[in-house]
Structures are given as structure tokens and as C-alpha cells.
Design a binder for this molecule. Structure first.
Ligand code: PBG
Length: 334
């Protein structure tokens, strides 16, 4: 018998024994992806149409009727919740983004349509001004183009309240303004929306992986080369992500999120270990586009590639994943 520095009493300890057959691999398996882990992001447009998004193959912008049908289908598949991203026409965008809290706006009607179609399906909404501003920034800008924090908070509060009034179950501020969770939580308490949940994009990095999303919501041209570095986080920072997350929890978030997902699983792990909060990650549009492109070229086997990655999200500590693959994964699992 050999004393092995890591294995001890080799060969009595042979980790490969448990990997030898499918049954014992299953017994050994620590992490399982289920349909309960999946949140499907959906893009919403006016009208009845379905529009393809070239940089996101398989994902479409949905008019309200197709949206309702899609919500029914996702609910039937067992997916617990959808995240709605409205794509208002350019004519609805403005300097002050007032359309964001129009009670009859596209987002508000989409919330109602989704809840009406599938009352048991959780509806999560995005709170940020980027699809409503002419410059495509998530907040209101001063004359120098700097996104001003506190005036933006007032707008975000109105937007969040309008979503809660329209029937949203969870509102998800993705804007990265300071103090927004507190401001929204206070408004919800005062406005009688005590059970409106807040899923805070707590550690949201300034990432080029959002590019296909900006095509999808038609904000890429509005941004015209500008960036979001003055409010989204530097991908070089990790401790700062924990400080941001601590603030959001302190301000009243029910759930926290890290985004993008795969490049930041170390952050997911630290956030989960540190706070023990319901922790989510967003597999963003660029992550989806990379996988779709590789699959389309037969460079990767799509299904096992996607399952490997989603499993690693869970292993890192995610309670759930926002993924454009949610519907496909739910189909594979069924
Ligand atoms: C906007 C928002 C973005 C995403 C979600 N909400 C883009 C951005 O911050 O520019 C990105 C999601 C994705 O890439 O799939 N507040």
C-alpha cells in the first residue's frame, strides 16, 4: 500500500470508483437544476407582432397577445417567474422618461396581460430608465451628460409604484443608483404594497456582454458609444460588490442579484456565503449570444454546454438564474 500525499491510503481510496457507473454518479451528485431555478426574461413590444432579434437567435420581442400566450406556456412548463423588459417605440422616449410611470404604458399593460394570462406566474419588472430616455442611460442626465442620482431616484420610485399598481409581484431595480432600494421600499410601505418584493441588481457590473440586450430594447443607438461606468461597477472589483449587496439588504431588498453571471460566479459565491440571502444571477444576453453562436457553428454541443453552465451557477450558490435559455431548459428537464 502506498501513502499518497493527497489520497492517503491509496489504493483503498479511489475516487473514480463512484464515477464508474451512472447510478453512483447520480448518488454522488451535489447539485441539481430544476425548473424552479429558472426565470425567463421576455421583451415586450406594442401590437400583435413577434420580432426576431438578430443578435439573440431564438428570442423574440413579443406583442401583448403573443406575450400572454408565452406566459401561459412558461407557466405550464413550471417556470416560476418571468422578467419583463418593455421596448417602447422611440417616440415614447424623452429627456425626463415620463413614459416609465405612465399607468397605461407598455410595461404596465404588459404586467396586467401577463398576470391575466397566467395568474400563478410571478411577474418581475425592470426598474431603470434606459428604454425611456433619449440617451439610453438608466437615469436622468445633467447638462454634462452625467447621470444624476437623487433626481433619478424620484423617477425610479414613480416607475416602481406604477409597476406595483399594475400588479407586478417583484420589482427589480437594475439602475445602480445609490439609495434606490430604500426609496422604493419606503414608497411601497406607504403605498400599501407591503408584499411587493424587491429583487435588487446589487452587484451589476458595467459589461460589454449587455450588447445584444441593448439591440433588443433598441437603446444601442441612443447610447451612441456612451458607457455606464459612472454607475455600474468595475468588473475588476469584488469587495465593492459585497458593500453594494450589504447596502441593498440593509435598505430592504428581499433578494439580491449578481450580473453578468458566468464571469462573476466568484461574486455569487461570496455574496451567498456572506449574507445567506436568496441570491440570483443573470446569464445575460452576451452569454446567451456566445453559446448560440458556438452551437450554430457546431463548435459546442448546445444542451450539455448550457446544462453544465447552469449547474455551475447553482453550485456557486445561486437560488435561481435569469436565463434566455429558461424555456429551452424547462423543455429539456420535462
Ligand atoms: C438596463 C438593463 C440591462 C440589462 C438588464 N437591465 C442593460 C444595461 O444595463 O445596459 C442587461 C441584460 C442582458 O444583457 O441580458 N437597466
Amino acid at each position: 500500500m502506498v501513502e499518497h500525499p493527497h489520497l492517503g491510503r491509496f489504493p483503498r481510496v479511489r475516487p473514480r470508483r463512484m464515477r464508474a457507473d451512472d447510478f453512483s454518479r447520480r448518488m454522488l451528485r451535489e447539485t441539481t437544476v430544476t425548473v424552479d431555478d429558472l426565470i425567463q426574461p421576455l421583451f415586450v413590444i406594442e401590437g400583435e407582432a413577434r420580432e426576431k432579434i438578430p443578435s439573440m437567435p431564438g428570442i423574440e420581442r413579443l406583442g401583448l397577445k403573443p406575450l400572454a400566450r408565452q406566459c401561459k406556456r412558461l407557466h405550464a412548463l413550471g417556470i416560476p417567474a418571468v422578467a419583463l423588459f418593455p421596448v417602447p417605440p422611440q417616440t415614447a422616449r424623452s429627456e425626463h422618461a415620463q413614459e416609465a410611470w405612465n399607468p397605461q404604458g407598455l410595461a404596465q399593460r404588459a404586467i396586467a396581460a401577463a398576470k391575466d394570462a397566467a395568474p400563478g406566474l410571478g411577474v418581475i419588472t425592470d426598474v431603470a430608465l434606459d428604454p425611456y430616455t433619449l440617451h439610453g442611460q438608466d437615469g436622468l442626465c445633467d447638462e454634462r451628460g452625467y447621470v444624476v442620482n437623487d433626481r433619478t431616484l424620484d423617477a425610479l420610485v414613480q416607475q416602481a409604484l406604477s409597476h406595483a399598481q399594475a400588479g407586478a409581484d417583484v420589482i427589480a431595480p437594475s439602475d445602480m443608483m445609490d439609495g434606490r432600494v430604500r426609496a422604493i421600499r419606503d414608497a411601497f410601505e406607504q403605498g400599501g404594497h407591503v408584499n411587493a418584493r424587491i429583487l435588487a441588481y446589487s452587484a451589476k457590473y458595467a459589461s460589454v456582454l449587455y450588447a445584444p440586450f441593448r439591440d433588443a430594447v433598441d437603446s444601442a443607438d441612443n447610447l451612441s458609444g456612451a458607457d455606464k461606468y459612472s454607475y455600474q461597477m468595475d468588473p475588476a472589483n469584488a469587495d465593492e460588490a459585497l458593500r453594494e449587496t450589504a447596502l441593498d439588504i440593509h435598505e430592504g431588498a428581499d433578494m439580491v442579484m449578481v450580473k453578468p453571471g458566468l464571469p462573476n460566479l466568484d461574486i455569487v459565491h461570496r455574496v451567498k456565503q456572506t449574507f445567506g440571502m436568496p441570491t440570483f444571477a443573470y446569464q445575460v444576453s452576451g452569454e446567451y449570444a456566445m453559446l448560440k453562436a458556438a452551437a450554430a457553428n457546431n463548435w459546442l454541443d448546445e444542451r450539455p454546454a448550457v446544462m453544465e453552465i447552469i449547474t455551475s451557477f447553482k453550485r456557486a450558490g445561486c437560488d435561481g438564474v435569469l436565463s434566455y435559455y429558461a424555456e429551452e431548459i424547462a423543455g429539456w428537464l420535462a
